[in-house]
Design a protein around this ligand. Sequence first.
Ligand SMILES: [Zn+2]
Length: 117
Amino acid sequence: MQAMGHFDLESRKGKAPGGYNYPLDETVVVFIKMNATTTLNDMVTLLHEGGHAIHFFLVMDLIMRDFKHFTPEAAELASMSIELLTMEHWDVFFDHEKDQKGPRNSTWRKSLVRWPG
Ligand SMILES: [Zn+2]
């Protein structure tokens, strides 16, 4: 995706806030757009949207077109799983172990609240 120029990550004036993944079925292309500001939240957002992109790449060859579009719950399962699966490697962004506790707890809390609902 990086080589194809399908990341638009940097913040700039007039750019809409937030982050999202935008898959195109016909061309089998995925774009990720976000407003990075060099925070931990940027990393989590990129992981989350990357999870959506991986999900799309895994289903894009399915014959049944309807199987390529999933419910919000199924979509979030992929993206939030990537956040949780990568959590043990977040230490590369922190100088001290204690600094990771808050972001990790926040991600677990968000996952537990959002998944069932
Ligand atoms: Zn999502």
